[in-house]
Design a protein. Structure first.
Length: 453
């Protein structure tokens, strides 16, 4: 709307309200005028201007629902989750059937690290009739998938894993599974059958959940794995996998398929029965090769990894700046070895680590196979310190002592609580207390290191 036109309409409506302050139609129209102006600013990502106009809108008409909702959206864009929650909550109170507001309320609680409130709101959506009757199948799958993640973060594996299965029907699920054969619902179905495991999500997820192959061996006649071919070599050490398939390969005969992250549900996993053992074995010749390369390192050897692929979901919140780890350089008799590959390795030259640590980006895992050098290096080290990336899973699966820096809103396997994890015996978790603030967990690592040395 042109500025001149806006002021003309505004003036007329204000004159009408001056004559009759209780004119509901004029109030609504003036509130809508500010709402539409707010929308214009929101589309331009001018969030502060948008907020100013939405607030003016609800000042005029305290029941103008759309402005409350978009105040929530504007504050969410500003990453002010407390205020976003306030206005999404108000929207749901004014409009009991507003599904988008209810979803955004749950998502904002999740992003703010409050799984309990997220669960409450997601549960309302799938259990209360005023919402449930309006949901279509795809919307319900999206909500239950998110509900599952929050339940798992709270350690409720029975209900969490059941709802997590809805990811397979979610709107953003990337794999086409309908071309495959039947997915087993119970473990007894796979007895003496040929199984195809299909990898999902990132490399770290595959490294974590491939442990279930050992359990599958006890039931099935044959286990095959479809995954990125870069993982074939490192995963061959797990044992029990008859054949690897790339995602572009034609799959030979099998009786059942299982998405890899459905294996915990199939085996009725809970926090007490997670299969926890060392299952990845670095290649002996590479272990010896890197032992020789590292032989001049006489101190306590620490492998560092600080940043995954920032383009993948959630990676930005998990990434650390290498400079933030410089307080570890205060210790003597430490040797730092960079495990950083790809994004982030360039930070070495701009940090104090430049004098003490080589940039290994161009010499580790430079062929077609991922992690083979990294695994051999890890085997030769005393400790791994890493952000939450595939390196944690690789190191944990090898059985190396690993300290992980975890953001306030964790990946679901780590739950919201505790320093230790049932997924890896030698993993210790150092958690953020405030979002985007790594100072406290890094200080905790420094204090722990002083006791170890």
């Amino acid at each position: 709307m042109e500025k001149k036109k806006f002021f003309e309409i505004k003036k007329k409506l204000e004159e009408l309200l001056k004559k009759n302050p209780n004119d509901k139609d004029s109030k609504f129209s003036l509130a809508a005028l500010y709402y539409n102006l707010g929308n214009s600013f929101l589309r331009q990502k001018k969030n502060d201007e948008a907020i100013k106009n939405y607030l003016k809108s609800i000042e005029i008409d305290k029941k103008f629902i759309h402005s409350y909702y978009n105040l929530g959206n504007a504050f969410k864009e500003k990453n002010n989750l407390e205020k976003a929650i306030k206005f999404f909550q108000k929207t749901t109170e004014l409009d009991l059937d507003n599904i988008p507001a209810k979803i955004n309320l749950a998502v904002a609680h999740s992003a703010n690290g409050n799984s309990k409130e997220a669960i409450k709101n997601f549960n309302d959506l799938v259990l209360k009739n005023n919402y449930k009757s309006i949901l279509n199948n795809k919307m319900e799958a999206d909500i239950r998938y998110s509900l599952g993640i929050e339940m798992l973060r709270e350690g409720n594996y029975d209900e969490g894993l059941k709802n997590y299965e809805y990811r397979l029907k979610a709107s953003d699920y990337p794999l086409i599974l309908s071309e495959n054969k039947k997915k087993p619902e119970k473990i007894d179905e796979i007895k003496n059958k040929k199984i195809l495991i299909i990898a999902e999500q990132g490399f770290g997820d595959v490294l974590q959940f491939v442990r279930y192959v050992k359990l599958l061996e006890e039931y099935s006649e044959e286990v095959n794995l479809q995954c990125n071919k870069k993982l074939f070599r490192i995963l061959s050490s797990v044992g029990g996998i008859k054949k690897f398939y790339d995602f572009e390969d034609t799959i030979e005969n099998h009786d059942f398929y299982i998405p890899i992250m459905s294996l915990p549900y199939l085996f009725k996993t809970n926090l007490k029965n997670i299969p926890n053992f060392n299952y990845i074995k670095p290649e002996k010749n590479l272990v010896e090769e890197w032992k020789n390369k590292l032989k001049e390192k006489k101190g306590f050897k620490i492998g560092l990894f600080w940043q995954g692929n920032v383009d993948s979901s959630g990676s930005k919140s998990r990434a650390i700046k290498l400079k933030d780890l410089e307080i570890l350089l205060e210790f003597k008799n430490l040797d730092f070895i960079s495990l950083q590959k790809g994004n982030g390795h360039e930070q070495i030259k701009d940090s104090k680590f430049y004098k003490y640590m080589n940039d290994n980006n161009d010499i580790i895992d430079i062929g077609d196979d991922a992690f083979i050098d990294t695994a051999a290096i890890i085997k030769n080290l005393d400790l791994i310190i890493s952000s939450d990336t595939s390196i944690v899973h690789l190191s944990g699966a090898i059985g190396k002592k690993t300290w992980m820096l975890e953001p306030k809103v964790p990946n679901w396997p780590w739950t919201n609580y505790g320093r230790m994890s049932p997924w890896y015996k030698n993993l210790e978790i150092f958690r953020q207390e405030e979002k985007s603030n790594w100072e406290k967990p890094i200080k905790d690592i420094k204090n722990k290191l002083s006791k170890v040395l």
